[in-house]
Ligand binder design. Structure first.
Ligand SMILES: CC(C)(COP(=O)(O)OP(=O)(O)OC[C@H]1O[C@@H](n2cnc3c(N)ncnc32)[C@H](O)[C@@H]1OP(=O)(O)O)[C@@H](O)C(=O)NCCC(=O)NCCS
Length: 403
């Protein structure tokens, strides 16, 4: 329970810098808010916990869209969660989460967690894995490629050229957050204090033979001189290219930069095609990480908003400790083109909690994985296999940015 001395309320527009300052202090980074941060602030969607005249807790939801299997939907993008160190473990986060989850108008909320132990109790579950690469550039051996050309572009010209490619990716891959023009500008901000000794961000585009931009990459370098000579480090922040030649050419360019010995990339998908384009995939040095967490806040609406890999007709029984309306049985029918989900009194085929349903929502985790630990139970023989297949998706979810 929240200690009754603390008031929970929506922030006001003039509280932005205090709000951001408290979150920055909770995360231990220096707060340097810009006018753009203030412009993007949605005070009515930002909650604060207040002790006297001191802010002691923050949590906000940003209005953005997200690609899910077969659709792009509104999803509350939860961020800036922090509690003042002197006020921790007194239920402030629990109070903020409960209020936020019952308030959000979207059918789902998503976030990146700083630590894996925080959000499961509020019904969130990791729904997308990320893969980190630490590539040994001296041994990876990328395959040659020809066609089109790689060019540098200036940050001010970038949003207009890059935005259509991100939209195209959203149509193909679940887990990708949409960006308004303002969010693009924020994403491309390049504060010197956030470079960590690396170069300013370099923006590359690939142009096809006809001159059209069909891929982009954002990267930075860092000079490093070892005892045996140059051993520079390349950090790839983002790479989006749906045309095979653009994808291959951008990666080849980054994997063959002179003086570099190492390349880091933190947001690869589990089905990232890069491994096919090098002779020595082991040199990619891959590590699995948790990426996007999902929490369904309106189960029937969320299930009707996505599409299903194969036709499904199933009754799912859901439990949810936090959102009352999510408890019950829901009749889901759907396929690759449409879906419907309504409350029902019929006997369930499968039973689970909102955590497992949230985990499987983006198509990146199998319901059968949870049956193996008793967290999904099957009442109708065969329902687990067919519903697992329906919830899966041909492309793995991928979240490109920590928001
Ligand atoms: C994470 C944080 C917001 C938790 O706030 P809090 O007000 O102390 O949390 P609560 O008191 O409501 O705790 C609720 C429960 O979560 C648990 N919990 C809280 N933080 C946790 C953590 N980091 N890891 C695991 N469990 C955690 C508590 O033990 C408590 O469990 P209990 O009810 O069984 O005792 C706070 O510790 C913080 O600001 N951390 C640094 C910033 C940060 O990591 N923010 C998250 C960004 S994604």
């Amino acid at each position: 329970m929240v200690n009754s001395e603390y008031v929970l309320r929506a922030a006001t527009a003039d509280e932005h810098d205090r709000f951001y300052g408290l979150f920055a202090a909770a995360m231990m980074f220096e707060s340097t808010p810009t006018d753009l941060d203030r412009e993007l602030f949605e005070p009515e969607r930002a909650l604060v916990a207040v002790d006297g005249d001191q802010l002691v807790g923050t949590a906000k939801a940003m209005t953005r869209d997200l690609s899910v299997p077969g659709a792009v939907v509104s999803a509350a993008h939860v961020t800036a969660v922090g509690v003042r160190p002197t006020h921790r473990r007194q239920g402030i986060l629990s109070g903020l989460m409960r209020r936020q989850l019952t308030d959000v108008p979207e059918a789902l909320a998503v976030l990146w967690a700083s630590e894996a132990g925080i959000y499961g109790r509020f019904g969130y579950a990791p729904a997308a894995w990320g893969v980190s690469y630490e590539v040994d550039l001296r041994t990876v051996r990328p395959h040659p490629v020809s066609g089109g050309r790689v060019e540098e572009v200036l940050a001010e010209d970038a949003p207009a050229q890059l935005a259509p490619l991100l939209k195209e990716l959203q149509a193909k891959r679940p887990g990708v957050s949409g960006r308004s023009e303002q969010v693009w500008r924020k994403q491309l901000q390049d504060k010197p204090e956030h470079r960590g000794g690396r170069t300013p961000r370099q923006i590359l585009v690939h142009r096809d033979e006809a001159g059209a931009v069909d891929g982009y990459a954002l990267w930075r370098g860092k000079m490093n001189w070892g005892p045996t000579g140059p051993a520079n480090e390349v950090t790839v922040e983002e790479l989006v290219a749906l045309e095979p030649t653009a994808y291959h050419a951008l990666w080849r360019h980054l994997l063959t930069l002179d003086l570099a010995a190492k390349l880091a990339y933190s947001h690869a998908a589990v089905d990232e095609p890069l491994q096919q384009l090098v002779s020595n995939p082991v040199a990619l040095n891959r590590r699995l990480t948790e990426s996007l967490w999902v929490r369904l806040t309106d189960v029937p609406r969320a299930l009707a908003q996505r599409r299903y890999a194969v036709a499904t007709d199933v009754v799912i029984e859901v439990t949810d400790d936090l959102i009352k309306a999510n408890n019950g049985r829901f009749h889901l029918t759907g396929d690759t083109q449409q879906a419907m989900c309504e409350p029902t009194d019929s006997a369930p085929d499968l039973s689970l909690s909102v955590n497992e349903l949230s985990a499987a929502y983006l198509g990146g985790r199998a319901l059968s994985e949870f049956a193996a630990t008793g967290r999904v139970t099957e009442s109708t023989p065969g329902a687990l296999a067919t519903t697992t297949a329906a919830f899966s998706w041909p492309t793995a979810p991928q979240s490109l940015e920590v928001f």
